[in-house]
Design a binder for this molecule. Structure first.
Ligand code: PMP
Ligand code: GLN
Length: 381
């Protein structure tokens, strides 16, 4: 039976392609972003407990009420903004779903969405499947900053949304207060909605303050802000996240959510509701991951790669155009097959596969994993 594809240009996500190749060639996987160290045992115990005590039926459609209350407290502590847990937060099965639901809630056929590239790989297909049009703007290589003048030129009456992501995947770039000012001046007086992907909110380095949209009530008025528990608690496989918005926008969001997954994993929500009262866990996360970045960075000095500094996320990008002409995809495949180390070619995050000859490496790994990986890379020719 023939299916008329809704995503005719889309293949298999690069994360699955590279992770499969890593398995096939028994390579160290610094490609797909996930920690290889164990998550906190106390949080696992809380999930076990919740299951044993009988928290095994459907949770509330918008998320376990206690978890939403605790998240509202965390938001107030972290960003000094009061949000209403009843009407402004929805728990979702992961950050990716939170983003998809926001786009599906808002977009009408013909709407334009400004997307910065390199872009996390789900954004553009999520826009297109809703019949809207991605308007692509390249971040400025090599610091991957936003060219705000170009944004101004591309905004028009059809612009419905601007998507931002800080700390940024794949580059580790972070937005500054000035970026927020620029964004504010562009959206003022328009009907533009902001989608802010903040899944790496706590993975930020060098004492930089995360410019969450939640700090800015005037911007939150027009935003969906998306998060992932997977990144904060080293459990990407849990696929649990949440979205914060205004009560009015969240009301529409929940209409989409309730007939898609309806509600999320109950025992994990029960466990997280208790666990997130431990502020230490997320306040120290930036330092913990920065040590890994620095460790990896130091090791990489012995390889021919040149680092493009990351200030947040799980990732640091490295350029190689000075020692080979190969495409980034070709080099990523060669490194996996011949040197036993998987990475992600950054051209995969551009619709037209722009190739600056840059690979993304995930450093959210045990030190021994990073050592093992780089020991192989040192021999690269
Ligand atoms: N946005 C970005 C930028 C990400 O890197 C990720 C991680 N996969 C997500 C969203 C989605 O997170 P989750 O795994 O919770 O769906
Ligand atoms: N966010 C992760 C990355 O960028 C992977 C998520 C996924 O595999 N879909 O590597």
């Amino acid at each position: 039976m023939q299916i008329y594809s809704k995503l005719p240009d889309v293949g298999t996500t690069i994360f699955t392609v590279m992770s499969s190749l890593a398995v096939e060639y028994n390579a160290v996987n610094l490609g797909q972003g996930f920690p290889d160290f164990r998550m906190n045992e106390a949080l696992i115990a809380l999930v076990n407990d919740a299951m044993k005590k009988g928290s095994n039926q459907y949770a509330h459609m918008s998320g376990l009420p206690l978890l939403r209350e605790r998240l509202a407290e965390k938001v107030e502590r972290s960003y000094h903004t009061k949000i209403d847990p009843d009407s402004q937060i929805t728990i979702t099965p992961g950050g990716t779903y939170a983003i998809f639901t926001a786009l599906t809630t808002v977009l009408q056929p013909g709407d334009e969405v400004i997307v910065f590239e390199p872009a996390y790989d789900s954004y553009i297909p999520n826009i297109e499947i809703n019949g809207a049009k991605p308007v692509l703007i390249s971040l400025q290589y090599p610091d991957y900053s936003i060219p705000w003048d170009e944004v101004r030129q591309k905004v028009n009456a059809r612009t419905r949304m601007i998507m931002i992501n800080s700390p940024h995947n794949p580059t580790g770039a972070v937005l500054s207060e000035n970026d927020i000012e620029q964004l504010r001046s562009i959206v003022a007086g328009t009907k533009i909605i902001i989608l802010s992907d903040e899944v790496y909110e706590h993975l930020i380095f060098d004492e930089i303050q995360h410019q969450s949209i939640l700090r800015y009530p005037d911007l939150l008025e027009r935003s969906f802000v998306c998060f992932s528990f997977g990144k904060t608690y080293h459990c990407t496989g849990w696929k649990l996240g949440y979205c914060i918005s205004t009560a009015a926008m969240m009301k529409e969001y929940r209409k989409v959510h309730q007939f898609n997954c309806f509600s999320c994993d109950t025992p994990k929500q029960v466990a997280l509701a208790e666990y997130i009262t431990n502020q230490e866990e997320y306040v120290t996360l930036g330092k913990f991951m920065q040590e890994k970045r620095d460790f990896f960075r130091e090791l990489m000095k012995a390889t021919p790669f040149k680092g493009i500094p990351s200030h947040g996320s799980y990732f640091e990008c490295y350029s190689y155009g000075h020692f080979t002409d190969e495409s980034d995809k070709a080099l990523a495949i060669r490194l996996t097959k011949e040197y036993g180390i998987a990475s992600i070619p950054v051209s995969a995050f551009y619709k037209n596969a722009t190739d600056h000859k840059v690979l993304r490496f995930c450093f959210a790994k045990k030190e021994e994993t990073l050592e093992k990986a780089v020991a192989k890379l040192i021999h690269l020719r």
